[in-house]
Ligand binder design. Sequence first.
Ligand code: PLP
Length: 382
Amino acid sequence: MNESPESYLLTPGPLTTSLATKSAMLRDWGSWDSDFNELTARVCRRLLAVAHAEDTHVCVPLQGSGTYAVEAALATLLPRDGKALVLMNGAYGQRMARILRYLGRDFVPLDMGDYLPPPPERVAAMLVADPDLAHVAVVHCETSSGILNPLEAIAEVTRQQGRRLFVDAMSSFGALPVDTRELPFDGLVSSANKCFEGVPGFGFALLRRGALEQCVGNAHSLSLDLYDQWLYLERTGQWRFTPPTHVVAAFASALDQHQAEGGVAGRLARYVHNKEILVSGMRAMGFHTLLADCWLSPIIVTFHAPGHPNFDFETFYRLIKQRGFIIYPGKLTQVDSFRIGCIGQLFEAQMRGVLTAVRATLDAMGIPDGSPRPEDLDKPTF
Ligand SMILES: Cc1ncc(COP(=O)(O)O)c(C=O)c1O
């Protein structure tokens, strides 16, 4: 439970962390010291176990935010003359395409716009039509709309076509189950400050050992070369360059708390409960979710902005913040929206608290209910 006087973060990370996680940062660690090396090794082992990947994959941590890890993993895994299929339905799929452009790697996009899911049968058809597409890159939970993409079905068509899968599981890993024995991937990336509820400062990639062994010389950048980072870690137990020691210590504590909560299943159950309280409470006030129930994730939910002329997001945000909750702006290009997160140290009391804050804010703004403009609901269905 958050015991500080700050606002609760109902955002997709950085998020509200526990006192135990914050307290774990009160000790200083030598970056080369065996105690810290053991901490790193323990964290990596635990992350591999979460994906049931201990026998097949390695875990390579990398300093920086999640995007650094995505860029490093793509740069390391994709051969310079390789070609990838990039599935896009929001900002983070688009970011992978942008990274590949920077890297000068060839790719084909399947762009579904703001929020429509990539249909697995179209993925399959594109792979059949172009045998050079060796990799498929997909975002698990596209945090910009909150949609939970059909990862299992995409992994299956990728496997059937003999291609390799790369997953940006930034906002899902730790809460949504991923089992590499059933969902084979060459690379999966996430970061410390998402569903494991650590603080920001590093990301990590789970990489199939057999694939990584073939990646020497792929990366264009020394600091983003995960092959080199892995070799050094294997040889010395140390990160190549200054590690975020306190962040790793906080993460180790956060992983213990994750396990004590029942691991992935326990965390998922709490987030699902948070989402259900949130969605039913918001709907009771007239708000509409962007997505149909089957696509909603227990990570973050996008709501249409109220259509009432008094609504403006800045005021709405400020008044909710005054009541102790920080929500998140929308990231859609076509309709006005905002997002409320379900992850972090948030429980039923906080979810009910944010609903009370939203109601009081609507009242203060003279808005009777959250119903959107009818034209905003006039969108493609799926
Ligand atoms: C799915 C996804 N990918 C990538 C990122 C980028 O991570 P960061 O902002 O830590 O660089 C995020 C951030 O929320 C994300 O949700």
